[in-house]
Write a protein that binds this ligand. Structure first.
Ligand code: C5P
Length: 224
């Protein structure tokens, strides 16, 4: 694990879930502890990178020498990332909500008294933060995450190609010993030539160090 591996580079990392307000007291969100993104931020800072960590609501301390920007919604996360540009590398580890309520009710929604009426919420698509940043003229080296419960490698490869990424990190969230709130992870990294590299089960801290070393090597290979 090389000190100075990313010195002088700016790395932008997204982490945690996003929260999409329905009304002042309710929201739609995803499962995500933010642990993997925070571990990546810590590992990148350890090898000398200037790190901006844009994160949704999580209960985690900010790693040393990391600039943290807290956001709630996907739209806010995109705006915070755009404000942090330019960067040399982007790692999108956030679990961004794909949809948000079309409008946020200004007051708490009330049940219709004396009825058993349901509620229909109209949702609209959120912007894809990773695909948006990857399409910019000042595009960084882009790394995505694919959390899947089935067809892991096939779905991850599709996302790598659709979002025009340099690497994608696939993890199987159906396995309770890894992913989501667990302490451990086990991932497969896929490149545009569809070569895959497996990192077997270890703490998120160790996986993060291995991933940063792998990502930095690929980044430097493209930028010699
Ligand atoms: O399409 P899917 O959400 O599975 O793609 C996952 C990857 O895309 C992750 O790296 C995630 O952080 C990123 N993403 C994003 N903005 C979205 C949706 C996903 O940056 N709106």
């Amino acid at each position: 694990f090389q000190t100075g591996l990313l010195s002088g580079r700016h790395i932008l990392i997204t982490a945690g879930p996003t929260q999409e307000a329905i009304d002042p007291v309710r929201y739609i969100s995803n499962h995500s502890s933010g642990k993997m993104g925070f571990a990546l931020a810590e590992a990148a800072a350890e090898v000398g990178a200037r790190v901006t960590l844009v994160c949704g609501p999580v209960h985690l301390p900010t790693p040393d020498r990391v600039t943290r920007v807290d956001v709630l919604s996907a739209c806010d996360m995109l705006a915070a990332c755009e404000a942090a540009m330019p960067c040399d590398l982007l790692i999108a580890a956030a679990a961004v909500a794909d949809y948000r309520p079309e409008a946020i009710a200004p007051h708490k929604l009330k049940k219709n008294p004396g009825t058993e009426d349901g509620l229909v919420l109209q949702l609209v698509r959120n912007p894809d933060i990773l695909a948006t940043l990857s399409a910019r003229p000042d595009r960084p080296f882009c790394v995505g995450f694919a959390a899947e419960t089935q067809n892991l490698i096939a779905y991850a490869t599709r996302k790598l190609l659709d979002k025009n990424l340099d690497l994608i990190v696939a993890n199987d969230v159906a396995d309770p010993s890894i992913g989501f709130n667990s302490e451990d992870n086990s991932v497969t990294v896929i490149d545009p030539q569809q070569h895959s590299t497996r990192f077997s089960q270890a703490s998120k801290g160790l996986i993060a160090r291995q991933l940063i070393a792998f990502i930095a090597a690929r980044y430097h290979h493209l930028h010699i």
